[in-house]
Design a binder for this molecule. Structure first.
Ligand code: TXA
Ligand code: MG
Length: 323
C-alpha cells in the first residue's frame, strides 16, 4: 500500500519496523526496502522479498551518531573526515561491525556498510522507529533500482507492508560505497563523485571493476538491468533498420528514426541525467521494444556512476531476475 509520509503514516511505518515488518521508503538516492537492522528475522524478510542471494550484505541506515555507535566497533579518523563532509548524504562507509548487527545483515563479513541518508522522510522514519534500518534498494535482485514509489509498488507491491511515497528521488543513482581499510577503497561509483571524495581523502584506490569474486553485488558484471536487451552505442552507429523497433536513451539531443527516445537532460546537466536514468529505463522497459540503445555520457563526475550502471545493465554474461 502506497501512502504519503504524513506524521500518522510515519508513525505507522515506524511501528511496522519495530514489529519486524518491511517498509519501503524514499531516500535521496533510490527507494530502500527497510527492516530493523538489529533483528535477523526482520532482515531475512528483505532477502526473501527481493529474492536476493544471502552473500549480498545490506546497507544499514542511521539517523544520528549514537545509532552509528550501536552498529560499528570503531570509527577510523578518515571515516570521521568523510562523515563530517558528506553526512547526512549519499556516501556509504564500510566499517568494522559491532556484535549487535546480525550476520545476515553483513553476510557474515566482519564489516558493516552504514550511511546517514539526507532525506527528511528516511531520517524521520529511522528516528521514530528508534533503531537502525537495514535497507537495500527496493527492487528485485539484479533489476533496475526504483526512483519512484510506483516503481516499488509495481515490482514488490504485495511483498511490502507499507510504501511511503516521497515523490521522485533527488540523485537517482545509489550511494557511493567506500571501504575504510588501511587506505580508503572505492567499492561502488555513486551519487558522491570520485572527485569530491578525493578532495577529502587524497587518492582513492578503485575496486569497482569486474572481479571474479565480487565484493559487492553492485560489482557483479550484470546488475541494475532491464529485461529488454540494452547496449551502449552512439546514435550514428545504429542502422536505420534497427532503429524502428528500438528505444534510444539519449543524453541530451534527440536522434532520428527510433521508435521512442528518452532524453536524460536536454541541457546536458549530469545531475539531471542521473536523476532520470532509472526512471527512463523503467519506462523504456515497459514498451516491449526489441532493444534499448543508450548513449555514452562523459565519464567525469556523476557520469562515471551513470556509465557504470549502463555497463552493468548491458552486460549479457548472466540473465537478470525479472520483476
Ligand atoms: O543509495 C543506496 O545506497 C541505497 C539506498 C536505499 O540507501 N541502497 C542500496 O543498497 O543501494 P543495495 O543493497 O542495493 O546495495 C548495497 C551494496 C550491496 O551491493 C552490498 O553488497 C554492499 O552494499 N555492501 C553492504 N555491506 C557491505 C560490506 N560489509 N562490505 C562491502 N560491501 C557491502
Ligand atoms: Mg541495489
Amino acid at each position: 500500500m502506497v501512502v504519503p509520509p504524513t506524521p500518522e503514516n510515519l508513525e505507522r511505518a515506524a511501528r511496522i519496523i519495530r514489529s519486524g515488518g518491511l517498509v519501503a521508503f524514499p531516500t535521496e538516492t533510490v527507494y530502500g526496502l527497510g527492516a530493523n537492522a538489529l533483528d535477523a528475522t526482520a532482515a531475512a524478510k528483505i532477502f526473501a522479498a527481493k529474492e536476493r542471494p544471502s552473500f549480498d550484505p545490506l546497507i544499514v541506515h542511521v539517523s544520528d551518531r549514537e545509532m552509528l555507535q550501536q552498529v560499528v566497533r570503531e570509527v577510523p579518523a578518515m571515516a570521521e573526515k568523510l562523515m563530517a563532509r558528506f553526512w547526512p548524504g549519499p556516501l556509504t562507509l564500510v566499517l568494522p561491525r559491532s556484535e549487535r548487527v546480525p550476520g545476515i545483515v553483513t553476510s557474515g563479513l566482519p564489516t558493516v556498510a552504514v550511511r546517514m541518508p539526507a532525506h527528511p522522510v528516511a531520517l524521520e522514519l529511522i528516528r521514530r522507529a528508534g533503531m537502525p534500518i537495514a535497507a537495500p534498494s527496493a527492487n528485485p535482485f539484479g533489476y533496475l533500482s526504483p526512483t519512484r514509489a510506483e516503481h516499488v509498488e509495481r515490482m514488490l507491491g504485495e511483498r511490502v507492508d507499507l510504501i511511503l511515497d516521497g515523490g521522485r528521488t533527488t540523485y537517482g543513482v545509489e550511494s557511493t560505497i567506500v571501504l575504510l581499510a588501511e587506505r580508503p577503497v572505492l567499492l561502488r561509483y555513486g551519487a558522491i563523485t570520485v572527485e569530491a571524495l578525493e578532495e577529502v581523502v587524497g587518492s582513492l584506490e578503485l575496486q569497482v571493476g569486474e572481479t571474479q569474486k565480487p565484493l559487492v553485488p553492485g560489482q557483479l558484471p550484470q546488475h541494475y538491468a532491464p529485461r529488454t536487451p540494452i547496449r551502449i552505442a552512439p546514435p550514428e552507429s545504429i542502422p536505420q533498420e534497427a532503429r524502428k523497433q528500438s528505444g534510444y536513451l539519449a543524453f541530451r539531443d534527440v536522434p532520428k528514426g527510433f521508435k521512442v527516445v528518452k532524453v536524460l537532460s536536454p541541457t546536458g546537466n549530469m545531475l539531471e541525467a542521473a536523476a532520470h536514468l532509472f526512471e527512463a529505463l523503467h519506462q523504456l522497459d515497459r514498451l516491449g521494444l526489441e532493444a534499448i540503445y543508450a548513449e555514452p555520457v562523459p565519464e567525469e563526475g556523476l557520469g562515471r556512476a551513470i556509465m557504470d550502471r549502463l555497463r552493468r545493465a548491458s552486460s549479457t554474461s548472466q540473465t537478470s531476475s525479472e520483476p
